[in-house]
Design a protein around this ligand. Structure first.
Ligand code: MG
Length: 432
C-alpha cells in the first residue's frame, strides 16, 4: 500500500475514498493530534474528507490547514503527532495520494507505514464512543511557514527579478509571497491552483518549462519552478536554461559549507569530483535521504529530481525554503558563474513502461545481463548500479509508476550513447 512516496495511484481506481477512510481510521487509532492539508487536484477534497472522517471516528483531533504545499504540512507537523498531505506530487491530474510526516518534517518510514497497514489488514481500528469523537477545525499555517523561513533567511541586498512557475499547484499561495517579502520583484506564472494543470504537467522537468524559459529570456529574470505540491524546486537562468540539479547540488553544498551530504544512487559522479565532503548514496526517495541524514547527522541532502533537504531547518524536502535559499545565495554571489565552472558529464535518463509483474520477473534477468559487463563497483541499495572507471549504469523499477527507470552516465558522449543503446535493448529483451 505505502511506497517510498506514501500512497500514490489513479483516483477512484487505486486511491479511493474507501481506502482514505481506512487510512484515516488507522492513523486515528495511532495518533491523537493530526494536521492535514491538500493540493488542488480535483479529487483532493474527496480523499481528504474521507480521511478526516476516519480520523475523527477513532478519536483523533484534526486541524485542517486547507490548500497548502507539502512542506507547509511537514513544517506544521511539529505541533502535532503527525502531518498528512493529500497530493500526488508531480504526477498528472488523474493521480492522487497520501503522504504522512513525522514531527521533524521527515516522511514516515516504511516501518511506521507498516504499522498503519497492519491495523487496516487486521481490522484493528479503535473506534470511539459518540462523546469521544475527535474535534475538527480549520487553521491557517502558511504565514507561520513563511515567517519560519524568513527568520532563517531575511532580506536581500540587490533587487532581483524572479519568475516563479507554480505549475498551478499549491505553492501559488506561498513562494511568490515569501520571495516578495525577501525583496524580490516577483513575476508569477501558473499561480492559480487548478487540478487540471492546464499549463503543463506539474513536474518541473525540461519539457514542461517552455513558458518559464521564454519569460525569463524576455524579462531578463531568473526563474524558479515547483512541482504541484512544492517539495521540488528547479532554477532557470536569465538565458532560459534549466540549471542541472546535480550542479545545483554542488553549488548549494559549497555555499552552506556542507561536510556530510546524502544523495541518491541516481546522482552524477560529477558531484563526487567537485564537492569536498563525505558523500553517502541511498535509495531514491526523500524518506531515505532524510533517514540517512538523521542517522549520520548529515548537513545537506538532495535529489537529482530537484528535492533539497536542509536539516538545520527541516527534514522535509522543502522547495519553498530551497527557493529562498537559492535567492539568498544569488544575492551574495554569482551562482550562474559557479554553475558554469562545473562540467556536464553526459547523462541519459529514461524509462521503459511495463506492468509491475513483468518488471518483477525481468529484474533477475537484467541483473544477470548487467553482471556480464565490465564493472569495478556494484551497488544494490536501490535497483542495480554498476560503476565502471569512466561510467555507471543504474536500472531500477520506479517507486511510483509502472516503469523501469534507466540512467547511464559517462565522461564522454560517445560512450554514453553506446552504453545507452546497449542497455535499452537489453532491458526490452528481458521484459519480453
Ligand atoms: Mg512533490
Amino acid at each position: 500500500m505505502f511506497g517510498s512516496s506514501g500512497i500514490r495511484g489513479i483516483v477512484n481506481e487505486e486511491v479511493t475514498p474507501e481506502l482514505a477512510l481506512k487510512v484515516g481510521k488507522a492513523c486515528g487509532s495511532l495518533y491523537k493530534k493530526v494536521v492535514i492539508g491538500n493540493d488542488p487536484r480535483t479529487s483532493s477534497l474527496m480523499i481528504k474528507n474521507a480521511l478526516v472522517a476516519g480520523l475523527l471516528s477513532c478519536g483523533a483531533d484534526v486541524v485542517d490547514i486547507g490548500l497548502v504545499s507539502t512542506p507547509t504540512v511537514a513544517y506544521s507537523a511539529k505541533k502535532y503527532d503527525i502531518g498528512i498531505m493529500i497530493t500526488a506530487s508531480h504526477n498528472p491530474s488523474e493521480y492522487n495520494g497520501i503522504k504522512i510526516f513525522n514531527r521533524d518534517g521527515s516522511g514516515i518510514s516504511l516501518k511506521e507505514a507498516g504499522r498503519i497497514e497492519e491495523i487496516i489488514r487486521e481490522n484493528k481500528e479503535k473506534h470511539v464512543r459518540w462523546n469521544e469523537i475527535g474535534g475538527y477545525k480549520n487553521e491557517d499555517a502558511i504565514e507561520e511557514h513563511i515567517n519560519g523561513i524568513f527568520a532563517d533567511m531575511e532580506g536581500i541586498e540587490n533587487k532581483m527579478k524572479v519568475v516563479v512557475d507554480c505549475s498551478n499547484g499549491s505553492t501559488s499561495n506561498i513562494t511568490p509571497y515569501l520571495l516578495r517579502k525577501m525583496g524580490c520583484m516577483v513575476i508569477t506564472l501558473n499561480a492559480q491552483p487548478d487540478g487540471y494543470f492546464p499549463a503543463h504537467d506539474p513536474e518541473p522537468v525540461e519539457e514542461n518549462l517552455h513558458q518559464l524559459k521564454n519569460i525569463c529570456r524576455a524579462e531578463n529574470a531568473m526563474g524558479i519552478a515547483h512541482d504541484c505540491d512544492g517539495d521540488r524546486m528547479v532554477v532557470v537562468d536569465k538565458n532560459g536554461n534549466l540549471i542541472e540539479n546535480d550542479k545545483l547540488i554542488v553549488v548549494f553544498a559549497k555555499y552552506i559549507n556542507a561536510r556530510n551530504i546524502v544523495i541518491p544512487v541516481d546522482s552524477s559522479m560529477m558531484i563526487d569530483d567537485y564537492v569536498d565532503a563525505r558523500i553517502t548514496r541511498t535509495r531514491v526517495g526523500d524518506i531515505f535521504i532524510s533517514e540517512m541524514l538523521k542517522k549520520i547527522k548529515g548537513d545537506f541532502g538532495a535529489e537529482t529530481s530537484g528535492t533539497w533537504i536542509f536539516p538545520s531547518f527541516s527534514y522535509c524536502p522543502d522547495g519553498i525554503y530551497a527557493a529562498a535559499k537559492f535567492i539568498k545565495m544569488a544575492d551574495e554571489m554569482d551562482v550562474f558563474e559557479e554553475v558554469k565552472k562545473l562540467p556536464s558529464y553526459p547523462i541519459k535518463r529514461g524509462s521503459v513502461k511495463a506492468d509491475k509483474n513483468k518488471i518483477k520477473e525481468a529484474m533477475p534477468k537484467i541483473e544477470e545481463e548487467m553482471k556480464k559487463m565490465d564493472f569495478v563497483n556494484w551497488i544494490e541499495t536501490d535497483g542495480l548500479r554498476a560503476e565502471m572507471e569512466d561510467a555507471w549504469i543504474l536500472i531500477r523499477p520506479s517507486g511510483t509508476e509502472p516503469k523501469i527507470r534507466i540512467t547511464v552516465e559517462a565522461k564522454e558522449r560517445r560512450r554514453v550513447e553506446k552504453l545507452w543503446n546497449d542497455v535499452l535493448k537489453m532491458v526490452r529483451r528481458c521484459l519480453k
